[in-house]
Design a protein around this ligand. Structure first.
Ligand code: ATP
Length: 457
C-alpha cells in the first residue's frame, strides 16, 4: 500500500486563528455554503452547499475514496441506505443510549451539553459564560424519527440513521461473500447521518444533517493491535497531507472513563481552530461488539471461517470515522489568509491556500482585455479545451489584477492569461496562486502541465 505524498503548501509557521465570521461571510458571498431555507428564516444546524461548495465537497469525497478504497487492495466500498429496519438501532444501542445530557443557564438562557462543561462549572452548578445557576440535567435522544408506510395505524416507526457506519455491519456478510474478501479486509462508506443535536452550532462543525465517512476494518483478534496502529497512522498522515498548518493537528487519547466497555483504546485526530482543539476523526477499537450484537438481534450468524485453519470467529473491528462537513470547515479555516499589501500585490488580498487537489476550480482563463476579439477567442478556445479535463473558469470582466484576486479568494490554484504575446508565439502566462509567480508556457503544453499539478498521486 502506498500513502499519498506529504506536500507542504506553506511554511508550518503558525499564523493567527481565523475567526469563524470571516469563513461564514466568504462562504455565502462566493457560493460555498448558504443557510438552509434562509427565505423562511433558516433552520438551526442545517446548511446548503452552493456552486463552489458542491465542487469542494465532491473533491473531498473523491480524494478520501481514492486513498481509502482505490489504493488499498483489501478495502472495498458500499453505499447503504439512510433508512434501515428499526431493530438495527436497538441492536446498536442508539434507541436506548444515544442521548445527550443538557443543562440551561437560568440567567442568560444559554444551553450546554453536560459532557462539554468544564469540571469546575459542573461541580459548582455555574454557567461558564455569566456565572448564573444551571438547571438539573435533562436527557435527550438524538435519533430523528420517521415512518414507513401509508396506512395510519400500520405505519412502521423507524429512524434516519444516527451514524452511517451501521450499514457496513448490515452488509458485512454480503460483501464478504459476494466480493470473496478474506480477513483482514475493510469496507468503506460515505453517507448522510442525522442527529437532533441539542447544541448545533459553530457553522458546519455541529450540524443536524451531515455526512460521515467510515472505514470498518475486519481482523482476526490476534492482529487487532497491528491494524489499529496501522490505520491510526494512515489517517493522521492523510489529514496532514491536505493542510498547511501541520502543527494544528494532533492525536488525543481517550481517557479510561471515555472508553466504551469493549474498547482497549481510542484516539481522536484533533485540529486546532477558533473553538480550540476539537475532534476531526475518531479511531476506534470496536472489538467484536457490532457483529456480535447484530448476530444476537437478527438471529443470523455473522461469524467468519478462516479458509485455511477453519477457525470460526466473530471478526474484530478497527473503525476510522470522520466527516465530510468537518473536513470542509477545517480545510477552509486552514486555508484562509488575508495578506497585507506587499511588493507582489499592492492592494493586499484574501486567499484560500487550498490544496490544488481539492480546490473547487482548478484554473481560470483570462484574456488580458475583453475588447480585443483575438484575445477573447483564443482564451475561449483554451477554456473549451481545459474544461473537458478539469473545472475551469473563464473571466473577462474587470482589470487583470481584480480578476486574479477574485480567483485567489476562492482558492483557484492557477490563472492562465492570454496577452498580445500569445497571438505572436502561442504561449500564455501561468500565474500560481500562493507565490504569485508567473511562468510562460506553450498553449500545447498547458493541459499536461496543469493535470500534473491538480491530479492526486
Ligand atoms: P462529538 O463528540 O463531537 O459529538 P462524536 O464523537 O459523537 O462527536 P462520531 O459519532 O464519532 O462523533 O462521528 C464521527 C465523525 O462524524 C466526527 O469525527 C465528525 O467528523 C463527524 N460528526 C459527528 N457529529 C457531527 C455533527 N453534528 N456535525 C458534523 N459532523 C459531525
Amino acid at each position: 500500500m502506498t500513502q499519498t505524498e506529504d506536500k507542504t503548501l506553506l511554511s508550518t509557521e503558525d499564523t493567527p486563528l481565523v475567526p469563524i465570521e470571516k469563513i461564514v461571510s466568504l462562504c455565502k458571498r462566493r457560493g460555498y455554503v448558504y443557510p438552509n431555507s434562509e427565505i423562511y428564516g433558516g433552520v438551526s444546524g442545517i446548511y446548503d452547499f452552493g456552486p463552489l461548495g458542491v465542487e469542494l465537497r465532491n473533491n473531498i469525497r473523491r480524494y478520501w475514496w481514492w486513498s481509502m478504497v482505490q489504493l488499498n487492495d483489501n478495502v472495498v466500498g458500499i453505499e447503504g441506505n439512510i433508512i434501515t429496519h428499526p431493530r438495527v438501532w436497538e441492536a446498536s444501542g442508539h434507541v436506548e443510549n444515544f442521548v445527550d445530557r443538557l443543562v440551561d443557564c437560568k440567567n442568560c438562557k444559554r444551553r450546554f451539553r453536560v459532557d462539554h462543561l468544564p469540571a469546575e462549572n459542573l461541580e459548582q452548578n455555574k454557567c461558564p459564560v455569566c456565572g448564573g445557576e444551571l438547571t438539573e440535567p435533562r436527557t435527550f435522544n438524538l435519533m430523528m424519527e420517521t415512518y414507513i408506510g401509508v396506512v395510519e395505524g400500520e405505519r412502521m416507526k423507524t429512524y434516519l440513521r444516527g451514524e452511517a457506519c451501521q450499514n457496513i455491519y448490515l452488509d458485512y456478510d454480503n460483501v464478504q461473500k459476494s466480493s470473496r474478501m478474506q480477513i483482514p479486509f475493510g469496507i468503506c462508506q460515505i453517507g448522510k447521518a442525522f442527529r437532533n443535536e441539542v447544541t448545533p452550532g459553530n457553522f458546519l462543525f455541529r450540524q443536524r444533517e451531515f455526512e460521515q465517512w467510515d472505514l470498518q476494518f475486519f481482523v482476526h483478534p490476534s492482529e487487532m493491535q497491528k491494524w489499529f496502529d496501522f490505520w491510526k497512522e494512515y489517517r493522521f498522515e492523510w489529514y496532514k497531507g491536505i493542510i498547511n498548518h501541520k502543527d494544528r493537528l494532533r492525536f488525543r487519547a481517550h481517557a479510561p472513563d471515555e472508553l466504551a466497555h469493549y474498547a482497549k483504546q481510542a484516539f481522536d485526530i484533533e485540529y486546532r481552530s477558533f473553538i480550540g482543539w476539537q475532534e476531526w476523526e475518531g479511531i476506534h477499537w470496536r472489538q467484536d461488539w457490532d457483529l456480535s450484537r447484530h448476530s444476537q438481534f437478527s438471529g443470523q450468524d455473522l461469524s467468519y471461517t478462516d479458509p485455511e485453519t477453519k477457525e470460526r470467529y466473530i471478526p474484530w473491528i478497527v473503525e476510522t470515522s470522520g466527516g465530510v462537513d468537518r473536513t470542509f470547515l477545517y480545510l477552509l479555516l486552514d486555508a484562509y489568509e488575508e495578506e497585507p499589501p506587499s511588493g507582489k500585490d499592492k492592494e493586499g488580498r484574501t486567499v484560500l491556500h487550498l490544496h490544488p487537489w481539492l480546490a473547487p476550480v482548478k484554473v481560470a482563463v483570462l484574456p488580458l482585455q475583453r475588447n480585443k476579439e483575438e484575445l477573447v477567442s483564443t482564451a475561449k478556445s483554451i477554456h473549451n479545451r481545459l474544461k473537458r479535463l478539469m473545472v475551469a473558469d473563464y473571466d473577462d470582466v474587470a482589470s487583470i489584477g481584480r480578476r486574479y484576486r477574485r480567483q485567489d479568494e476562492i482558492g483557484t490554484p492557477f490563472c492562465v492569461t492570454v496577452d498580445f504575446k500569445t497571438l505572436e508565439d502561442q504561449t500564455v502566462t501561468i500565474r500560481e496562486r500562493d507565490g504569485m509567480t508567473q511562468i510562460r508556457l506553450a498553449i500545447n503544453e498547458l493541459p499536461g502541465y496543469l493535470l500534473e499539478k491538480v491530479m492526486w498521486r
